[in-house]
Design a binder for this molecule. Structure first.
Ligand code: NAI
Length: 333
């Protein structure tokens, strides 16, 4: 069996609890992984004085693959987002978030099976803000043809490689005619190069309404950064919440796998977080490194635990701890 050296960022808040649960499940599956552990954010500042230590960036560049727990970003003050910094530093331009119903997880909708492709490097997340005069601030929304074309190509290739059918571009180009206009123009040019993939467009506000009324009509959603962030959480709510939706940040050479959720300070340290979202992210990671069989076996074990209904974390209406849930998946393996 091949062995892998991968970077692990436990993160903070519920991060260490869910990453511990997930690494235990991966080990139980028989996949041989040596974890190169690194801190980021608050935990890294305590040890290294930096939120994004160079050793961490070097580790991911060297290993090419990382599994990441969530990292706190202070609201309104303090350091800039470690997550945004990591994506920019490593060129992780594509954020992929498959959103699908899980067996045994109750939600308002059945048959949700969509994929969010979010541009990860620019838009209002470029973080270019300044005070014009006291009481007036300006935040710049940066959209480039290059980044829009790159993410659109990613979305259309994803459709082709994964047996999907359609890309829906989501925008607000009726108001932001230049910025979202350029995003759309770039996407249309890419769509023209992929005539076998169906393509349509929705304005973001109407898209949200359609998503909460008839989500099963959507296939692959392509969004600029900010709408992608917001719509991802909305879509998580369609299938059972943030505890069950995985994600991946992909660049040309490196990939960082992480759940959609954050550090959940309201439940951190209580051993009650649902590790499913990070486990599903880890399964995307296993597929990425070619461990298809282990990914299949873990997924089957997870499905058995979820459909069994006896062992559930609090967010899904149960009383099981994070640890007990991981134990149940390991037992099912
Ligand atoms: P959050 O995702 O941490 O929490 C939102 C709600 O969902 C909370 O009620 C929380 O208890 C619940 N929740 C989240 N994950 C869960 C899980 N695995 N199991 C059970 N319940 C879960 O979002 P919030 O509160 O907006 O952000 C908290 C912090 O996380 C902020 O500092 C934010 O910047 C950071 N964050 C980090 C991310 C990352 O590292 N990729 C992504 C999103 C937020």
């Amino acid at each position: 069996m091949p062995s892998h050296t991968l970077t692990l960022i436990p993160g903070d808040g519920i991060g260490p609890e869910v990453t511990n649960a997930v690494t235990r499940v991966l080990a139980a599956s028989g996949v041989v992984i040596t974890w190169d552990r690194h801190d980021a954010g608050l935990t890294a500042v305590e040890r290294t004085g930096k939120t994004l230590p160079q050793a961490l960036l070097d580790s991911i560049t060297r290993n090419r693959v990382a599994l990441k727990g969530p990292v706190t970003t202070p609201v309104g003050h303090g350091f800039t987002s470690v997550n945004v910094g990591l994506r920019q530093a490593l060129g992780l331009y594509a954020n992929l978030r498959p959103v699908a119903n899980l067996p045994g997880v109750a939600s308002r909708f059945a048959n949700v099976d969509l994929v969010i492709v979010r541009e990860n490097t620019e838009d209002l997340y470029a973080g270019v803000e300044h005070t014009v005069v006291p009481g007036v601030v300006e935040s710049l929304k940066i959209i480039t043809e290059a980044a829009s074309t790159r993410i659109a190509e990613f979305a259309f290739r994803y459709v082709e490689a994964n047996g999907r059918k359609r890309v829906t571009a989501i925008h607000k180009a009726n108001i932001m005619k230049l910025s979202d206009g350029l995003f759309l123009e770039s996407t249309r040019a890419v769509a023209a190069r992929h005539p076998d993939v169906a393509y349509d467009e929705r304005i973001v506000d109407a898209a949200c309404m359609h998503l909460v009324m008839k989500p099963e009509q959507f296939d692959v959603l392509l969004l600029p950064n900010l709408y992608g962030d917001i719509v991802s959480d909305l879509c998580a709510g369609l299938v059972g919440g943030l505890g069950v939706v995985p994600g991946a940040n992909l660049g040309t050479d490196v990939a960082v796998f992480e759940a959609v959720h954050g550090t959940a300070p309201d439940i951190a340290g209580q051993d009650v977080a649902n590790p499913t979202a990070l486990l599903l992210s880890a399964l995307l990671m296993l597929q990425h490194i070619g461990e298809m069989d282990a990914a299949r076996r873990i997924r089957a074990a997870l499905d058995r635990v979820l459909t069994g209904g006896r062992v559930r974390t609090r967010d899904l209406g149960g009383t099981a701890s994070t640890r007990a849930f991981a134990d149940a998946v390991i037992a099912a393996l």
